[in-house]
Design a protein around this ligand. Structure first.
Ligand SMILES: [Zn+2]
Length: 75
C-alpha cells in the first residue's frame, strides 16, 4: 500500500485578512499618539498651575475652561 499524500512546500504564513493592520505597524503610531496625549494632558492639567515651563498666563488662560471641565484644580 502506497501513500497518496503529495509533498507540498512548507506553507507560508497566512496573510492577514483584508483591512487588518499588523500590530507592528500600529505600535509606533500608538506610542506617538500616547506621547502627544500626555503632552496635551500636561498642558491642560499642570502647566502654569502647579508647575510652569513658560512665563506668563497665556497657556493657563487658553486651557482654563478645559482644566475646570476635566476637574483639575485651578484656583
Ligand atoms: Zn480656573
Amino acid at each position: 500500500m502506497t501513500s497518496r499524500v503529495a509533498a507540498r512546500p512548507l506553507a507560508a504564513p497566512a496573510p492577514a485578512p483584508a483591512g487588518a493592520i499588523p500590530l507592528a505597524e500600529i505600535a509606533p503610531w500608538a506610542v506617538f499618539a500616547a506621547i502627544v496625549a500626555l503632552i496635551l494632558l500636561y498642558f491642560v492639567s499642570t502647566e502654569q498651575g502647579a508647575f510652569a515651563l513658560f512665563k506668563g498666563m497665556y497657556v493657563h488662560e487658553f486651557v482654563h475652561d478645559g482644566r475646570h471641565l476635566l476637574g483639575f484644580p485651578c484656583h
